[in-house]
Design a protein around this ligand. Sequence first.
Ligand SMILES: [Fe+2]
Ligand SMILES: [Fe+2]
Length: 288
Amino acid sequence: MFKELMYSVNELPTPDVIVEQIIATASNPNVSAKELEKVIAQDIGLSTKVLKLVNSAYYGLPRRISKLSEAIMILGFKTVRNLALSVFTYSALKSSNKSKIDHDKLWTHFMLTAIFSESIAKYIGYIRKEEAFMAGMLHDVGKIALDILAPEYLYQLTIASEKTLNPIFRIEYDNQFESHTELGGDLLELWKLPEEFVAVARLHELPSLTPDSPYIEIGCIVHLANFYSNLILPGHSYSYGVPFLDQIVFKKLALKPSQLQALLSDLTRIYEKSLDLLKGGVEDETRV
Ligand SMILES: [Fe+2]
Ligand SMILES: [Fe+2]
């Protein structure tokens, strides 16, 4: 039902021209910092955001950066692309006007999961850490789709999850509801994002259902990041109850259960360092 709605209504936000240009530019290794700067400079809010991000405690730079070109050099093309997408997901969430949930809270869950995905990638030696960040940022976009297409339904789902302490994906699975994971994948397809992100959105809650997916590794990274994100900031994803950890992550990421505690300490420190990114990181951006 929601899937049909998604293709028939035009209320769903789509990445605007500047965001599309940035994604294209940042993925091209032959583009210079100057060229990328030119694209970003078209959007004042976004430029301000890049500077804010690079100066955040999360990056731990010894001095303040005030020039966009310098920010791009330090952050790297891919991080800038990720930033553009973070701003876009925030705007996409804000575009739902009948919503009954707190968008800032849900976006904090997106951002924390993105940061944790990048951190876990570094921890296990997965070199495509920027892709892990992006996959983490986009993993729950199905909730944006639900919030726009069926805000009352999403609200009731979150109430049910809070009352029964059953995570949203379990309620969806047990009742054979259309899942936020499927819808998320569909929305990313609609946005013409690479297959990798579509796959991660679909498998992030129960990666063991698709152990042979070519994207299982990054999917497990995001699953684990989502687990810690729900542990450290409970309720921000609007899913309640004990966070579920799929045992497949140990095999696919070559981790031992005994490492979970050390990882929790690392991620808690990273969470504390990224508070300025998580709280109001994009508060002055309402453009879609
Ligand atoms: Fe989810
Ligand atoms: Fe999530």
